[in-house]
Design a protein around this ligand. Structure first.
Ligand code: DSN
Length: 432
């Protein structure tokens, strides 16, 4: 067997280029992070070869004695991290984890109430082009036009009107924390299930820096690669005493007797075939990292850094949706600067600063153009940057955005980005 660079120089060289891009760009995409060498290492292993449909101890294939142990470790660590009664670590992504929720709690055609995608929600929370909007009847709540925040009275009114079978919480571009108790009381009033998709904020929740959805929601899903800083993937969780706090009797389905069995069965065979055992091993490694005290320090710094960035951008005259943030991201409304999200993303990328264009609530631009950018602190905080560097990043962004397309400024900012990135080295390997 030959090493990758010898066997396939074409792919090796592309991986090398991407690693270089990550090493020498300021990464501000709020949903991205930099997994540790140990996490990446666990993925590049022989575990990728193993078929293991089923659960530890109940597989459809032989030879699962070691991957069983790996998955058990991942499950136990995840339960400890989130104080959960039950977890399934097999979903390949957040979307797959979410699919398992719909399969368990909803029948096609039934109504659920979710966070409007155009106000910060997620594709799998009822977008008409996603299975969630195609198979189910999606109704939406959104943020207040003036404050950019959710209004619990309006959500209650909407829930009383549409009588959803399920209410979903969670977003990919909402900057404020959620009132889970308030949501649960609405869900109880209308007899709905309550589901939180904490993909963006899981790391902050694990570090107890944001409200905890698990005690209040019937089910919680997440990705593992955003603030949680693990490999790309998803999982489904039920909080402590969740079998009882589901508040409803699980529908009997053949031999399945309780909610966790129903969710397990919705993951496999409902939503996936063979689990990715190499990724589950990497999930276990990242949960082990997240259980260390240093993870809480990291998450605290994520919050300090985004506050520093937000403060400086506001001083420089930028409008932030909701005028700030409680979490790891901000949403910058560029309309007052005469820019749109598409142009901002493009000019920043030329200066080696990576963000994504993003709709702002009540946007009049299309999703391909948008009026805003979403900016997050998790990835660069992993590299060790602190408030001073994030304040400077705001100034670098402003230099570019105030002079869009100016080559001299773009070059100057790019040079400073290179210098900054060199001071905070990331990956010194291409393959592990
Ligand atoms: N694509 C993710 C994000 O950027 O927020 C959500 O799945």
């Amino acid at each position: 067997m030959k090493p990758l660079n010898i066997q396939d120089p074409e792919i090796y060289s592309l991986i090398e280029k991407e690693t270089d891009r990550q090493n020498f760009n300021i990464e501000l995409i709020a949903s991205e992070n930099f997994a540790s060498k140990a996490v990446i290492s666990a993925m590049g292993t022989a575990l990728t070869n193993k078929y293991a449909e089923g659960l530890p101890g109940k597989r459809y294939y032989g030879g699962c004695q070691y991957v069983d142990l790996v998955e058990d470790v991942a499950r136990e660590r995840a339960k400890l991290l989130f104080n959960a009664d039950w977890v399934n670590v097999q979903p390949h992504s957040g979307a797959t984890a979410n699919m398992a929720v719909y399969l368990t709690l909803m029948k096609p055609g039934e109504t659920f109430l979710g966070f409007n995608l155009a106000h910060g929600g997620h594709l799998t929370h009822g977008s008409p082009v996603n299975f969630s909007g195609i198979l189910y009847n999606a109704e939406f709540y959104g943020v207040d036009k003036e404050t950019g925040r959710l209004n619990m009275d309006e959500i209650r009114d909407k829930a009383l009107k549409v009588r959803p079978k399920m209410i979903s919480i969670g977003a990919s571009a909402y900057t404020r924390d959620f009132d889970y108790e308030g949501f649960r009381s609405i869900a109880d009033e209308v007899g709905a299930f309550l589901w939180m998709d904490m993909a963006h904020t899981a790391g902050l929740i694990a570090a107890k820096l944001l409200n905890d959805p698990l005690p209040h929601c019937h089910v919680v899903t997440t990705t593992t690669h955003k603030t949680l800083r693990g490999p790309r993937g998803g999982m489904v969780l039920i909080g402590k005493d969740g079998e009882n706090t589901m508040g409803k009797v699980a529908p009997k389905s053949g031999r399945l007797k309780n909610w966790s069995e129903l969710f397990d069965s919705s993951v496999f065979p409902g939503a996936i075939g063979g689990p990715l055992m190499h990724v589950i091993a990497a999930k276990a490694v990242s949960f082990g990292e997240a259980l260390q005290p240093s993870f809480k320090t990291y998450q605290e710094q994520v919050l300090k850094n985004i506050q520093a960035l937000a403060k400086r951008l506001m001083e420089l005259g930028y409008k932030l949706v909701s005028d700030g943030t409680d979490n790891h991201l901000i949403l910058v409304d560029l309309r007052s600067k005469g820019l749109n999200g598409k142009i901002a993303e493009e000019v920043l990328e030329k200066a080696q600063i990576t963000v994504n264009k993003n709709m702002v609530p009540y946007d009049t631009e299309s999703p391909f153009v948008t009026s805003g950018i979403r900016v997050g602190s998790p990835a660069m905080t992993t590299r060790g940057l602190k408030e001073a560097e994030f304040t400077r990043i705001a100034e670098l962004m402003d230099m570019v955005l105030s002079n869009p397309g100016n080559e001299e400024i773009t070059y100057k900012v790019g040079a400073e980005v290179n210098e900054l990135c060199s001071k905070f080295p990331l990956y010194n390997f291409v393959t592990v």
